[in-house]
Design a protein. Structure first.
Length: 251
């Protein structure tokens, strides 16, 4: 369960704020910046294909209407999510999970794969993601840490891919969430930076788990969190955090 490597700075939604989110362009930018790990979100199309997208609709990222869970993979895969971000990224489309994994392996990026199920399909989304990971050739698969706010999705993914470490994703630290993560056999508890203190981080570590924190975009805030003992941070501005390294207890 420790094979993920636990990089300290993780590019949020592939390339953070520097590229259209959840795209191959973001992965390439993260690698060029020197990131060793990325986070991305996976949701199912209407026909059950796991694709990289965060929202249940296309409005924000593609600038057009449509519910992800109601559209076939073929249409989603052809959806331009690059141009709404910036014309320079025109033609950048929603990628398949398998394509993103292949890209990460080629770029040497570890992956925090957040299972992001649409409402009502938590178990099915986790099961499909787990099966895809299990079927992906081990020699070509990057290091993967599964995470989700949905315990049902995590459990379903674990049943299909028991060898892949998992992280329970919650808003704020509390004892019940930590206990639930331990019961599920998770390797980490992923937490918001809001109101996080040294007592909470110590409790996570005392339970035998790692502590990853989102979303941290200012070097001074990252430095404060690393002094608290957190194991890694997700960032929309990995460029700023990486340029501030190395400093004590930071990079």
């Amino acid at each position: 369960m420790s094979g993920w490597g636990w990089p300290r700075i993780i590019a949020h939604r592939c390339g953070g704020a520097l590229a259209p989110e959840n795209t191959l362009a973001g992965l390439r930018i993260a690698a060029l910046l020197g990131c060793r790990a990325v986070e991305f979100d996976v949701m199912l199309s209407a026909d059950g294909e796991p694709l990289l997208i965060h929202d249940e609709t296309l409005d924000r990222t593609a600038g057009r209407p449509g519910r992800v869970g109601a559209l076939a993979a073929a249409e989603l895969l052809a959806t331009d999510v690059g141009r709404p971000f910036h014309p320079a990224f025109g033609g950048e489309t929603i990628p398949r999970l398998d394509t993103a994994l292949e890209c990460c392996a080629a770029l040497g990026l570890a992956v925090n794969l957040e299972i992001k199920p649409a409402a009502g399909v938590e178990q099915e989304t986790g099961r499909v993601v787990g099966r895809h990971l299990a079927a992906f050739p081990t020699s070509r698969r990057p290091a993967v840490l599964l995470s989700s706010f949905s315990a049902a999705a995590l459990d379903a993914a674990s049943s299909a891919s028991p060898d892949v470490p998992r992280a329970f994703l919650v808003g704020r630290f509390d004892a019940a969430s930590l206990a639930h993560a331990v019961r599920m056999g998770c390797a980490a508890l992923n937490l918001s930076r809001d109101d996080l203190d040294a007592v909470a981080v110590a409790a996570v570590h005392a339970a035998g788990l790692r502590c990853l924190v989102y979303t941290v975009n200012v070097p001074d805030e990252a430095r404060r969190l690393f002094l608290l003992g957190v194991d890694g941070v997700f960032s929309d501005r990995p460029d700023l955090l990486l340029s501030a390294s190395p400093t004590p207890n930071f990079g």
